[in-house]
Structures are given as C-alpha cells and as structure tokens.
Design a protein around this ligand. Structure first.
Ligand SMILES: NC(=O)c1ccc[n+]([C@@H]2O[C@H](COP(=O)([O-])OP(=O)(O)OC[C@H]3O[C@@H](n4cnc5c(N)ncnc54)[C@H](OP(=O)(O)O)[C@@H]3O)[C@@H](O)[C@H]2O)c1
Length: 312
C-alpha cells in the first residue's frame, strides 16, 4: 500500500493527507462512482470525499461496505447541502442513511450561503452561516459524526464565523492548486489551527497542469506525472489533497507522492505569478458577479469576473 501521511486535525483526530474526490462532474454517476470507489479501495485509498449535493452517497457507502475493509480504517467526508442549512439535523440524517454507515468522519458546511425555497439567502438572512454552524456543533453530541468543518470559506467569512464558534472548524475545503495557492488563507487558517483541504487539486480537469511547461519540466526531472507533481506539492505544503480519478492507472499514480526539493516547491509556489495564471480553474463562476448567488465580495473571494485574482 502507498505510504500516505496523515495530518492531525484540531480535535486530535487524524485524516489521511490524500483522498479520493467523488464529484463526477455532474450529480449522480451511480455505477461509475461505485466502481471508482471499489477500485480506489483496492488500490489503497482510505479517504473519500463526497457530498449530499453530489447525489452519490448511496454508491460511495455501498462500495465501502462491499470492500470488506473495516469501517474504522476508512475516512469518510460528506457535506451539507445549501438547501439544508435550515434543517441541519434532518439533512445530516439523510446523508447518514444514504451512506448507510454508522458514522461520518467529517461533515462540512459545503458553502456559507443558505438556499431556502429555491432562493439564495444573503449573509445576514436566517439561517446565517453562524446559525448553521451552531446546528452542526449539536451534531457532535450524537456521536454519529466525529469532526466538523467548512468549505468555500474565505478569511472574511471565517472572521464572521469564528467569534461565535464553540468548536473551531477542523478544516476548510477550498479550491487550491498552483494557479490558486491561497497563501493568505492558508496562513490565516494555520494561525487559527484550521487545516486547508485542496479541492480540485488538478484544476478540476487533468489537462491544465499536464499542459503547463513548468509543471511538465518538474515532472520530467522527477520522473513523475504532472498530476503527481501538483498533488505532492499540495501535501508537502501541509494541505490535504482530494484528486478524483476513475482511471485505475491514474488513481495509482496520483496516490504515489514524490519528494519535491525546496527549489521545486518554490517553482510551484510562484507559478501563479506568471501572467494570466492567478485564477480559479472551475466553471462555477457566474458571468456577472460571483458563485452560487453570492458576489465575490459577499464570499470574501479576492476575484473578478470569471474567477481571476487581480494583481496586487
Ligand atoms: N467543496 C467543494 O465545493 C468542492 C468543489 C469541487 C470539488 N470538490 C471535491 O474535490 C474533488 C476533486 O476535485 P475535482 O474532481 O473538481 O477535480 P480534480 O481532482 O482536480 O481533477 C479531476 C479530473 O482530472 C482527471 N485526472 C485525474 N487524475 C489525472 C491524471 N493523473 N492525469 C490526467 N488527468 C487526471 C480526472 O479524470 P479521470 O477520472 O478520467 O482520471 C478528472 O477529469 C472532487 O471530486 C470533490 O470531491 C469539492
């Protein structure tokens, strides 16, 4: 089995530094997700990242059970729907039932914005992210979830939330790769003892960094794939990485970390400084203002149209 390090979260629990992302590009994916998770378990993955919104908790849970691997050897994350903020307990139980497992290792607030009756609420409307978090804190008392965290939070939305937390989120899962290294957020989260999880560590598609001359150069030098280079960079800088792959060969290489020198790390740390490279690589940006009904300003994301980070 590959030698995947673990990180310790602020509640003392351990999380494998590398996991399998279970977003299939659109909700569902049923049999494909089941096969992907089974294969990943065979190949040594012990950490799975799904969400109620991915529409595939049933298949992820079934693969875990069918693998025969003891539940306590697997780390399982799922996430609260935006439309579940006003009914956290029920939404959590629905996820638990769909996964059909006794407990969830990590439950994340998927986005800070709530959606009620099809309408996205503003940051001050009820339930606010603070109220949603308080309901998530209550879940810990059930013993059915070990750790709670957030996703897509910025320094701004964390500054709003943290003063009201009895439990500090263990992780903040955000888009993170060499085009969006999130250095300020990383430093802020480290100071608050919150570990960052890198979602879309390959940029959401395997081709972007595979076609980048800088990453290609490092890959050649280290006899590794471009994906291994960017995944290893994420883990080596102390963030959890959750690349998704349904391809046996790619899932195997993705979990084989390579050691990057300080110089190699610096090359990747500064890749976003090349012209036009500091940006989100995901398609969820609204043409006019932000993401999923909040402006970049409400999200606290330092971005302009299309997810581009403006020059300082
Ligand atoms: N919290 C959130 O809001 C949020 C948002 C986005 C994603 N996520 C999580 O993060 C996970 C990963 O992000 P992602 O799925 O968006 O993108 P990703 O992991 O950055 O990239 C996945 C894509 O890269 C391809 N790929 C994988 N390994 C490769 C390799 N070695 N060489 C070339 N191509 C490769 C995959 O295709 P094949 O399958 O064909 O290999 C797939 O098309 C998701 O699955 C999800 O669990 C969370």
């Amino acid at each position: 089995m590959a030698n995947i390090p673990s990180f310790t979260l602020n509640d003392g629990t351990k999380i494998p530094a590398l996991g399998m992302g279970c977003w299939m590009g659109s909700p569902g994916g049923s049999e494909r997700v089941y096969q992907m998770c089974l294969e990943a378990l065979k190949c040594g993955y012990r950490h799975f990242d799904t969400a109620a919104g991915y529409g595939n908790e049933v298949e992820v849970g079934r693969a875990i059970r069918d693998s025969g691997i003891p539940r306590d050897e697997i780390y399982l994350t799922t996430k609260l729907l935006n439309s579940g903020h006003h009914r956290v307990k029920e939404a959590f139980e629905e996820s638990l039932n769909k996964l059909d497992v006794d407990y969830i290792d990590l439950y994340l607030m998927h986005w800070p914005q709530a959606l009620v009756d099809g309408k996205v609420l503003g940051p001050e409307e009820h339930p606010t992210s603070i109220e949603t978090w308080k309901a998530m804190e209550q879940l810990l008392q059930t013993g059915k979830v070990k750790t709670i965290g957030v996703s897509n939070f910025s320094i701004k939305t964390l500054e709003h939330l943290l003063p009201h937390c009895e439990i500090i989120p263990a992780t903040n899962q955000v888009e993170l790769h060499p085009c969006l290294p999130q250095a300020d957020l990383k430093a802020y989260c480290e100071a608050k003892n919150i570990l960052l999880t890198a979602y879309s560590p390959l940029g959401g598609q395997g081709t972007f960094f595979a076609e980048d001359a800088t990453v290609q150069g490092l890959a050649r030098k280290l006899n590794a794939s471009p994906a291994q280079i960017v995944i290893s960079w994420a883990v080596q800088r102390g963030t959890i990485a959750i690349p998704k792959s349904e391809n046996k060969e790619r899932m195997r290489t993705n979990m084989t970390l390579v050691s990057l020198s300080a110089e190699d790390m610096k090359v990747l740390d500064t890749l976003h400084q090349q012209t036009g490279m500091h940006k989100s690589l995901l398609p969820f940006h609204d043409e006019s203002f932000g993401v999923y009904g909040w402006t970049y300003e409400q999200l606290g994301w330092n971005m302009v149209l299309g997810g581009v980070v403006p020059a300082a």
